[in-house]
Design a protein. Structure first.
Length: 175
């Protein structure tokens, strides 16, 4: 009994000494959110990916910023003449960044789930728009694995092999 009382008092003393500062009412301050430039990749007129820079409010933490950048990519180009690179119903379900440099982007939406009927070039540009956008904006991301509806995907539309993580490739980017 005495031991339990001493242990309880010790725990209370330790807990009482560990005072955390209260969270700010402004989550942007708490998460160190700042407007920063991000580089997004969309298919240009030469059938290669072109860069588009946007200022986006991002948290300092790369894991938190990754999903925001991926969602910004799915919004499409700010240039009305550039077609959407993904089906309009595509959403970012989740993103993950592993310590080994592998980034995961989990996409969802009816079109991708039911089979996206697009050509090989369009699928290649869509896949590499994700890969280039992620690896350009997050130097700690060395490769990108695309999932569909929380599952490993073999492909988005039957042409590009997604069974492994993909490395960035300058071959698909306009100079």
């Amino acid at each position: 009994m005495r031991r339990a009382v001493v242990l309880s008092l010790a725990i209370l003393a330790i807990a009482g000494g560990c005072k955390k500062k209260p969270l700010s009412a402004n989550l942007n301050v708490e998460n160190k959110v700042e407007v920063r430039p991000v580089t997004l990749f969309f298919e240009g007129p030469d059938m290669l990916l072109v860069r588009e820079t946007r200022n986006v409010a991002l948290p300092e933490n790369p894991a938190g910023a990754l999903s925001i950048v991926a969602r910004e990519l799915l919004k499409g180009s700010s240039n009305a003449g550039v077609p959407h690179i993904f089906p309009r119903d595509t959403v970012v379900r989740a993103t993950f960044l592993l310590p080994d440099g592998t980034a995961f982007v989990d996409l969802g939406g009816n079109t991708l789930a039911q089979g996206w009927g697009t050509g090989s070039h369009e699928e290649l540009m869509a896949v590499y728009s994700v890969v280039q956008t992620v690896t350009t904006n997050f130097p700690e991301a060395k490769r990108v694995r695309i999932l569909v509806n929380d599952e490993p995907a073999e492909t988005l539309a039957g042409h590009v092999n997604l069974s492994r993580a993909l490395l960035p490739s300058a071959n698909y980017v306009a100079r």
